[in-house]
Design a protein around this ligand. Structure first.
Ligand code: SF4
Ligand code: SF4
Length: 170
């Protein structure tokens, strides 16, 4: 398939995406990378309700441009932090996610990375985030094709949102 040809994939019954990345692309998260957890992820409304059952929202979330995000915080360590020493409030010293580990849950946007989603002409499109090409260590290091595992990246909630666009972050 050439780069300018798109294809539709049914991820759930009657839930399609238009795939815009190379269908040969593979992905497997690399232990100890943690780059995508150095940011503050956007919380969709349903995520916020779920998070409220698991954490103190006053301590772990922040408002930005009218939307809720997980707080980035100064970690006081050298590993698993961005250049400014900050990372997601839930990223532990050992590079693991507190929510994932202790609650077996994580916000929708954490599943989506390293993909980007956006609405165009009423269709949900999926591509690789520009920043992921530069920073995500998990691209093309395994045999696991992204296009064959889209349900792992795209929770069904995304089709229910007025604005699922993933280009919003702290
Ligand atoms: S909530 Fe967990 S998975 Fe999501 S960015 Fe924070 S540490 Fe990473
Ligand atoms: S940037 Fe990529 S390889 Fe690194 S933790 Fe995130 S998904 Fe995994």
């Amino acid at each position: 398939m050439s780069a300018d040809v798109t294809r539709r994939v049914e991820v759930y019954p009657d839930r399609e995406v238009v795939v815009e990345f190379d269908p040969e692309l593979t992905f497997e998260c690399v232990e100890d990378c943690t780059w995508c957890c150095h940011h503050g992820v956007l919380l969709y409304d349903k995520d916020l309700l779920e998070l409220a059952q698991r954490a103190n929202l006053a301590e772990t979330t922040t408002d930005f441009r009218g939307e809720k995000f997980v707080t980035r915080e100064e970690k006081g360590r050298d590993d698993h932090v961005d250049d400014d020493g900050c990372a997601c409030a839930f990223l532990r010293d050992d590079g693991l996610c507190t929510l994932h580990l202790e609650e077996d849950w994580k916000p929708t946007r954490c599943s989506v990375f390293p993909l980007a989603v956006f609405l165009e002409d009423g269709d949900l499109h999926v591509d690789i985030r520009d920043s992921a090409h530069e920073h995500c260590e998990g691209l093309n290091v395994s045999e696991r094709k992204v296009i064959e595992n889209l349900e792992a990246f795209l929770p069904e909630l995304l089709w229910e949102l007025e604005n699922p666009d993933s280009d919003r972050e702290l």
